[in-house]
Design a protein. Structure first.
Length: 374
């Protein structure tokens, strides 16, 4: 099998061939990933744990689970409490295909931390080639109490064969062929790209009268993840404004910011944002990492990419961020072949050509439309 991310049509074939069990719905297949569903039961844990290649998940649960409960009719997950939920899907991967998982964009934007655990594997979110077994999702909601129910999708699975990663030299060549990054409605030149095992993006803090970002409110109401487009954004988020092109992030508070550059992912590529890069400072800059083929892409050239919304949390100390500072990194990978569907309005994608955008759970889907006061 040639190297690359498996596209939508090959994910469908993988389901037909039994690589992915649980009968996933067809509309959960994305251009380069599969949305994974919550199962019927959940476990509240007294603490999180490192996965272990010698100890089974059942043994871990016998030691760490406080209670097991049914979520078929919905249940509330408390803030800062770890939970483990078996997923509806299981996998039986071929020897030359591995899996990688990440939170969905809507999950990261509400500060819900998730990671997938597989049996006999000591790594989160990495499913080894040839793995045959169940999948479990650890969930910690950091800012809000949330309501979940069976069948909701908080995470995505990508299937990858061989070495799909693009080197920095390959990224430059790809950008010359079809621009990947725009600023001020024009593609960056090759000399303007900043690369180090991926392509760095910077933050936009000069937004005129619009907020520079949003910060999660403490003591917000319950956020029901099954209610799409129904929650009042003002109850959960407060606007923040830059002063002289800078803001100070407070430790362990959650912010939504936006990239200065616009990103364009052509159909023959997938991308992933690095969640935490110590070379960029003591802050986490992205919780939801996958960028699908077609994100920000207009084959007719009428649009020049879409901004990346950044989910940011500073660590340990207050942290100042200034306009145009590079705070996150985007890695690119080749697709095995272009998907037969691409990210965008045609498949109901929520964030195509986005600006500073709240998650799909809120009435004011675009944050700049909120009637929040300064």
């Amino acid at each position: 099998m040639s190297g690359g991310i498996l596209p939508a049509q090959k994910i469908r074939k993988a389901i037909e061939d039994g690589w992915i069990g649980g009968d996933p719905p067809a509309d959960h297949i994305q251009p380069a990933s599969l949305d994974l569903r919550l199962g019927a039961n959940a476990y509240a844990l007294r603490c999180s744990f490192l996965p272990d290649d010698q100890v089974s998940i059942e043994t871990k649960l016998a030691d760490l689970a406080l209670t097991e409960f049914d979520i078929r009719q919905g249940a509330v997950l408390e803030r800062n409490r770890p939970y483990l939920i078996p997923l509806a899907e299981r996998v039986a991967l071929p020897a030359d295909v591995r899996g990688r998982t990440n939170p969905k964009s809507s999950t990261g934007r509400i500060d819900v931390f998730t990671r997938v655990i597989s049996e006999g594997n000591f790594r989160f979110d990495e499913i080894p080639a040839g793995y045959d077994g169940p999948l479990f999702l650890e969930i910690v909601s950091r800012s809000f109490a949330i309501r979940v129910e069976e069948g909701l999708t908080l995470n995505q699975l990508r299937l990858v064969a061989g070495d799909a990663r693009c080197s920095d030299a390959q990224i430059v060549a790809l950008h010359d062929e079809s621009p990947l990054i725009y600023a001020d409605d024009a593609p960056l030149s090759g000399a303007e790209l900043r690369l180090a095992d991926g392509l760095f993006l910077s933050v936009d803090l000069e937004r005129g009268e619009e907020p520079a970002g949003y910060k999660a409110r403490p003591n917000a109401p319950l956020l029901d993840l099954a209610r799409v487009g129904e929650h009042e954004g003002e109850s959960f988020w407060e606007p923040i404004y830059a002063v002289d092109g800078r803001i100070i992030l407070q430790p362990e508070e959650f912010y939504l910011l936006i990239s200065r550059e616009r990103v364009q992912i052509p159909p023959w590529l997938g991308a992933e944002m690095t969640a935490y890069d110590p070379t960029a400072g003591e802050l986490r800059t992205h919780y939801a990492g996958f960028f699908d083929p077609g994100f920000g892409y207009d084959p007719h050239g009428r649009r020049q990419g879409a901004r990346a919304v950044l989910e940011v949390r500073a660590r340990d100390v207050p942290f100042m961020v200034e306009h145009a500072q590079r705070i996150c990194k985007l890695g690119f990978e080749r697709m095995q072949e272009p998907p037969d569907v691409v990210y965008g309005e045609g498949i109901g994608s929520s964030y195509q050509y986005q600006e500073l955008t709240l998650s799909k759970h809120f009435k004011a889907h675009r944050a700049r439309q909120l009637t929040l006061t300064r």
